[in-house]
Ligand binder design. Structure first.
Ligand code: ADP
Length: 484
């Protein structure tokens, strides 16, 4: 697998290399153009000067190749003039048919002007060409037409060596190569630092992630990188660890609590069986033990059922079939089912319903939620008490309140009431058959519906458990199924 570090370094090198090449090409060609223009301008000034001089002298240049009357321009003995004299020595004056009319002292035999350029010169245009010279720098040549009475009488040719241009460009090239090599070497070293800066936090995260197991979820990452992006990454990573730690601890607590809850009835069963088996017993005695154990087995079954329900919510939530539900008939149906139980305990069970919209929910799970709340209310309300289910609108949703005239719950217990296995008085609640999961299941169901549950209670007066469920926005047409 290719390493991201070498990728970063190679990319940095490629980018810098490409920029260097582009910069060098621009600089080299820019300078080349400037130098050529400068050279041409010098030649032009010289050529035009001489052409005007010949025109003005109005001197008929005979066919002589060494006309002496043409003198070099006079002036101060500056560097420029020395160069001009040098050019003047290479001066050549040709007749329109190409014959040499006059020749400077240092004029060399050069290949004649290509046909098209010669024709241009004969038409009165100034033309330039570059001549390659064996074992020497190339030569730049200007051809200036000399006019007499409006017609081209002579073609004046002057040339200068391109040694200076070539030399300057070669030096620039050497300088650019040195700069490029140094820059690339620096970039290679710099890219290592860049790659380290970018990857050290990632490596720290990987190392931490590799060390993390179920037992070391308390580990947190601290990145030294001062950059906001890495701080955010570390933050997100730590927040994820925090969430995982909570989930793991909750699962561990749940398993420990579940095992503890299962152990109690099993210990009771085993103890009673051991004691019973120690000596021979009458049929009546065996019957009593079996009845006692049956109660414990019932408890175990109830506990296992609740544990299974909780486990379904603890992992992926069970698939809920959301449909618009009319709450009042559902509650009345349940009240009808529980009426016999309430009657046997001499408790009044009633409904106080206001008109409310349908709720969006899963009928089976909402039944489960109501049964848990009503079961608690009937279990903890003494004879002669009343349990009322109130249905009313609550904000944008529907509120279902289960009120009882039971013993109430002390305020210190209220914040923990919906926790798993939480019981207000363990001994009394166990005796009443509670497993401490009923309200936790109510909370899970309410939240799975996008709703919530809350409790209000006063010791000696009773308790009110209120579930709020979201209302269904649209009432479907008959025959239309779930909304979402
Ligand atoms: P359990 O199955 O043990 O009843 P729950 O989760 O349903 O467990 O209830 C948790 C605790 O809340 C119970 O142990 C009980 O003490 C208290 N509780 C629940 N409902 C009521 C109520 N209506 N009146 C008084 N106490 C209640």
């Amino acid at each position: 697998m290719s390493s991201f570090r070498s990728r970063i370094r190679l990319s940095a090198l490629l980018v810098i290399g490409a920029l260097l090449v582009a910069f060098s090409v621009l600089l080299y060609s820019g300078l080349s153009v400037i130098l050529h223009r400068y050279l041409d301008a010098r030649l032009l000034a010289f050529g035009v000067n001489w052409a005007e001089f010949i025109e003005e002298t109005n001197e008929a240049l005979p066919g002589s190749a060494h006309q002496p009357s043409l003198s070099e321009p006079r002036g101060t003995d500056s560097e420029e003039n020395r160069e001009l004299r040098e050019v003047a020595r290479s001066l050549l004056i040709l007749s329109p048919d190409g014959a040499v009319v006059w020749k400077g002292a240092a004029a060399q035999t050069r290949p004649s002007l290509p046909g098209d350029l010669w024709m241009k010169a004969l038409r009165g245009e100034i033309v330039y060409d570059t001549i390659k010279v064996a074992n020497a720098p190339p030569v730049r040549r200007i051809s200036v037409p000399v006019l007499r009475n409006g017609t081209v009488r002579y073609i004046l040719q002057a040339e200068t060596s391109m040694r200076f241009v070539q030399h300057t460009l070669r030096q620039l090239l050497a300088l650019l190569v040195v700069i490029a090599v140094l820059t690339l070497a620096l970039a290679w070293v710099g890219s290592r630092w860049l790659a380290d800066e970018a990857l050290v936090p990632v490596e720290t995260l990987s190392a931490t992630a590799e060390q993390i197991s179920g037992s070391s979820l308390k580990t947190r990452v601290s990145l030294n990188a001062p950059y906001a992006e890495f701080q955010r990454l570390a933050h997100a990573f730590n927040a994820m660890l925090e969430r995982l730690q909570h989930i793991f601890e909750a699962q561990r607590r749940f398993i420990a609590d579940a095992a503890h809850e299962l152990k109690t009835p099993l210990t009771v069963i085993m103890g009673s069986l051991e004691v019973t088996l120690k000596k021979a017993r009458s049929a009546e005695e065996y019957r009593e033990v079996l009845i006692g154990n049956l109660g414990q087995v019932e408890r175990l079954i109830a506990l296992t059922r609740s544990l299974l329900t909780m486990a379904r919510f603890a992992g992926d939530r069970p698939p809920l079939q959301f449909t618009p539900l009319a709450i009042e008939p559902l509650v009345k149906d349940l009240i009808g089912e529980l009426a016999v139980l309430a009657e046997s305990r001499h408790i009044v069970l009633e409904v106080d319903a206001r008109p409310v919209p349908r709720v969006l929910g899963d009928e089976g799970w909402i039944r489960h939620l109501l049964i848990n709340l009503l079961d608690n209310a009937l279990r903890y309300t003494p004879r002669g008490g009343t349990v009322t289910v109130c249905i009313e609108t609550a904000g944008e949703g529907v509120g279902l309140a289960v009120k009882d005239t039971g013993p109430g719950i002390a305020s210190e217990h209220l914040p923990h009431l919906f926790e798993r296995f939480y019981r207000v008085e363990s001994a009394r609640d166990r005796e009443s058959g509670g497993v401490g999961l009923g309200l936790a299941i109510v909370k899970e169901i309410a939240e799975a519906h996008g709703g919530m549950v809350r409790v209000e209670s006063e010791v000696g007066k009773g308790s009110v458990f209120t579930v709020t469920l979201p209302a269904a926005r649209l009432d479907p047409q008959p025959g239309q199924s779930a909304l979402q």
